[in-house]
Design a binder for this molecule. Sequence first.
Ligand code: FE2
Length: 270
Amino acid sequence: MKIGFIGDIVGKPGRKMVIKHLKEIKEKEKLDFIIANYENASHGFGITEKNAKELFRLGIDIMTGGNHTWDKKEIFALLESMPLLRPINYPKGVPGKGLEIVEIDGEKLAIINLMGHFTMPMVDNPFIKIKNVVEDLKNNRIKNIFIDMHAEATSEKRALLMMLKGEVSAIAGTHTHIGTDDLQIFDGVGYVTDVGLTGCRDNVIGMKEDVPIKKFLTGLPGRYDIPDKCKKILQMVVFDINEGKCNDAYKIKAYDEEEYFISQKAFIEK
Ligand code: FE2
């Protein structure tokens, strides 16, 4: 199965890039299943029902969240009614779920949303949690396992790969909004530390730059905002998975209205 993962979709500019490019990418690359991270999709903070419906209509099959999952109040109802995940390592009793199992051409695929610790809300230990979840999936003969590791620290994402090498099919990082160039296949696991944002590219992590600059100059808080006009980028990683192993992985980019292109092929670690 060939799955595509779009990193953090940031605000209207990000959604516009999905509208412009996803249909063509899905068709040309023969993608069976599309996953995307929604946590910044509605003006940078969470997701509304309207925007979720729009993104699913465009061909996204399931969406993952993160620390901004809760920013729009309607998310509590949406987590029940739509294929939206929130990090699996929130404590017991928190609404929603962090794992979904789907079937693609008779093959099962588990999609997991996990959240790191560094600078993140206080959630359960992601490493202990995921070990148990993966073990359960394996006991239930589910081999194809995809993880969106939503985390700030590159070391946490890398440690997750090392801990789960040979055990899962793909680990893709989100949250930093900055794509990293370490796309690889390590012991059958397709991996990238961060996919990078889909949204505005000519500012600070998809947001107007004046607020973060002021914040860094003065230490004073400010409200982050999405620019009305900007230069845009779409970033996506494709994982080709068979029998639980990732055989091929590559990154797709698109700038504004220009044709999409493959920007990187995964290095296969022998
Ligand atoms: Fe985040």
